[in-house]
Design a protein around this ligand. Structure first.
Ligand SMILES: O=C(O)CCC(=O)C(=O)O
Length: 268
């Protein structure tokens, strides 16, 4: 569980790196799953492995978003100790709606531009806590996550512009002058450590020019007081790569659907 000061840091700074970490055995299992998924998806950049927690109908078949997933990632999403922490941050009604591997290979791992996650997500009201688990050591040299502490505080979206470049993971970037890049904090993590961040936090990461791989798993949890609004879905390549929200399965992992309108059948 998080300490009181860790919970306070999440709310004040928009992110927290807790003392809690995965066991070496859990890290090994995630690393092996990532290696399987990379091998099974040769046509995809490993920074853009969306919905890796969702398997296809048959083993080895892609999920509806075209990625061959792995059940090991779903097990991580449903880990009880992790959910206990998520509950401290977003309350008892928890919906799992996304999980993506961001693996930056050595030498040419792509940059993630400064962005707010919620810019293209169909969640109303916009709310999500992202858990980012380091599968490899994630350091300045290999392009660790970087955050702008406190940038979530207005709980509103900052203007973004579309930047189409083949060396970017995402085609959305916060407009220059909207934040102070000098305030950025490098979130360095050893494999097995993790961070949690708020949906409105401005964050990004540099390209990996080092000889060391940098892989992380981002798991997205929203409170079930929000609606995963499939009707407003920005399906297609709105992020710079294909995501299909309209038929993506989501799971109520704890509590109840307070909106009464979330659809936990579609896509299952
Ligand atoms: O892995 C990264 O460098 C970026 C991750 C990210 O943008 C996210 O989890 O929302």
């Amino acid at each position: 569980m998080l300490t009181e000061s860790e919970v306070a840091q999440y709310h004040e700074a928009g992110y927290v790196v807790p003392e809690f970490r995965l066991s070496p055995d859990q890290v090994t299992r995630l690393r092996e799953a990532l290696d399987r998924v990379i091998a099974a998806n040769p046509g995809r950049r490993p920074e853009q492995l969306v919905s890796v927690h969702i398997s296809g109908r048959e083993p080895g078949e892609p999920n509806p978003e075209g990625v061959v997933g792995d059940p090991e990632f779903m097990a991580a999403c449903q880990d009880k100790a992790i959910l206990d922490i998520v509950e401290q941050l977003i309350g008892p009604d928890i919906v799992l709606w996304g999980c993506q591997a961001f693996c930056k290979p050595p030498g040419d791992g792509m940059e993630v531009p400064w962005h707010q996650d919620g810019n293209y997500w169909p969640i109303r009201p916009l709310a999500t806590c992202t858990l980012w688990i380091a599968i490899d050591d994630s350091l300045v040299e290999n392009g660790c996550l970087r955050v702008i502490p406190g940038s979530h505080r207005s709980q509103s979206l900052t203007p973004h512009f579309k930047e189409v470049r083949t060396d970017l993971v995402l085609n959305q970037r916060v407009v220059d002058g909207e934040f102070d890049e000098a305030a950025a904090v490098d979130v360095e993590l050893e494999a097995g450590q993790m961070s949690f961040h708020d949906v409105f936090l401005i964050h990004g990461s540099n390209a990996n020019r080092s000889p060391r791989r940098r892989a992380g798993l981002a798991i997205r949890y929203m409170p079930a007081t929000s609606l995963f609004d499939r009707s407003s879905s920005s399906d297609g390549i709105s992020a710079g790569y294909a995501v299909y929200f309209s038929n993506r399965p989501i799971w109520l992992l704890r509590g109840e659907d307070k909106t009464g309108h979330n659809d936990f059948v579609v896509g299952h």
